[in-house]
Write a new protein. Structure first.
Length: 179
């Protein structure tokens, strides 16, 4: 009983550790029989070496990208295979997110391979802009420029004159016959 529980817990721990690693892959690569399909953002690329014979038009065959609602080769987005007799490839761009099937047909109408692939939407990250080096300069006036001691002494004198004038005005108003 204890051995069974220990083995069960070990298996669950290994599965839990492997799951984030398999989900964190930035691009999906699937290898089927005879073809290799990869995605990068909204582009899908298929490579194969199973179609070495070139047709008279210079192509090695055709590849089709079928969405989930499409059933056969003729319904998919078709493109011609290009390359050399040792390796051929085809690519599709601006593919929206979803599950697709890639089918490759050689020039002799033999199927090089069929593979399903998932295209995910690329994530967009925001970049931070540079902050001002001194920050916001708020305060008691003159926040954007340093005026020096003469300006501060002149401002202090104006405040003192204003305080004296206010006191004189209020005293005169309280007793109108006084100076």
């Amino acid at each position: 009983m204890r051995t069974t529980q220990l083995l069960l817990r070990s298996g669950l721990t290994v599965a839990a550790a492997a799951l984030p690693l398999s989900l964190a892959a930035p691009s999906a690569v699937a290898v089927g029989s005879g073809i290799s399909v990869s995605t990068s953002g909204t582009s899908v690329t298929v490579t194969t070496s199973a179609c070495p014979t070139m047709a008279t038009d210079g192509s090695f065959g055709k590849a089709a990208l079928l969405s989930s609602g499409q059933a056969n080769f003729a319904q998919g987005r078709q493109t011609t295979l290009s390359g050399t007799s040792t390796q051929q490839s085809a690519a599709w761009s601006n593919v929206s997110a979803g599950t697709y099937t890639v089918i490759v047909l050689c020039t002799d109408n033999s199927t090089a391979g069929t593979q399903s692939i998932i295209v995910s939407t690329p994530t967009i990250s925001a970049t931070a802009t540079a902050s001002p080096s001194r920050g916001v300069m708020g305060g008691l006036g003159g926040a954007t420029k340093d005026y020096g001691t003469a300006t501060l002494a002149g401002g202090g004198a104006l405040v003192a004159v204003g305080a004296v004038a206010t006191a004189w005005f209020l005293r005169r108003r309280a007793k109108p016959h006084r100076l």
